[in-house]
Write a new protein. Structure first.
Length: 207
């Protein structure tokens, strides 16, 4: 279902996927870096959202400000964090009686992890190929968080190498889980369906 949700810089274009039965969780799913072509239609985001829907979640994908028909302009991450908070508010208002999860891919993983880690409503953090190898991104709130954390990473990711994610992962508080997809690059070319399947395996039993 295509939506326009309220955002701090104006309406945000969004897609809401819902399961056939009442949802077991409400998820906000953020896309990769807008400057490098990331949108809510990025294949790994699409398949990740579908995987979460298959295990009974309602999933909101949205375009950050300045992407697609979303109002505003790219704001170097600051405004994008505010956009994510607005999307969390939207899903919390729609589904106040189910767990709220924060998910994202690449740049969107940084936004989701850092924003979700500071929101007491969020009960699961999901990062797909998070940019932990530098690139100007820091994860202080994620490192402090005791919220359950779930990660998916390709073993051939040159932009965010697996060795860097493993070092970052070792510093995180439990509970935490990591799935490595063999033969997958940063954008999971040819492996994007595996992202959805990995999310099903990781979160299918989470209550």
């Amino acid at each position: 279902m295509l939506l326009m949700i309220p955002g701090p810089a104006g309406p945000l274009e969004a897609l809401l996927d819902t399961p056939a039965a009442p949802p077991r969780a409400a998820v906000v799913f953020a896309h990769p870096h807008p400057i490098y072509g990331g949108t809510m239609h990025t294949r790994a985001v699409y398949h990740g959202a579908k995987g979460l829907t298959r295990i009974g979640c309602a999933v909101l994908r949205f375009n950050f400000r300045g992407v697609g028909t979303s109002a505003g302009d790219f704001d170097q991450g600051r405004g994008e964090v505010d956009d994510f908070r607005a999307a969390l508010n939207e899903m919390y208002d729609r589904y106040p009686d189910v767990p709220l999860w924060a998910a994202g891919f690449s740049f969107g993983a940084w936004v989701a992890l850092e924003t979700g880690a500071t929101d007491p409503r969020v009960s699961a953090l999901i990062g797909i190929a998070p940019p932990v190898a530098g690139h100007g991104f820091a994860f202080p709130h994620t490192l402090e968080s005791r919220t359950p954390k779930f990660f998916i990473q390709g073993d051939l990711d040159a932009l965010c190498p697996l060795k860097d994610l493993r070092a970052f992962y070792a510093r995180l508080h439990e509970p935490k889980e990591l799935v490595v997809i063999d033969g997958a690059s940063h954008l999971f070319e040819g492996k994007s369906r595996d992202v959805g399947e990995a999310l099903e395996d990781l979160l299918g039993d989470l209550t």
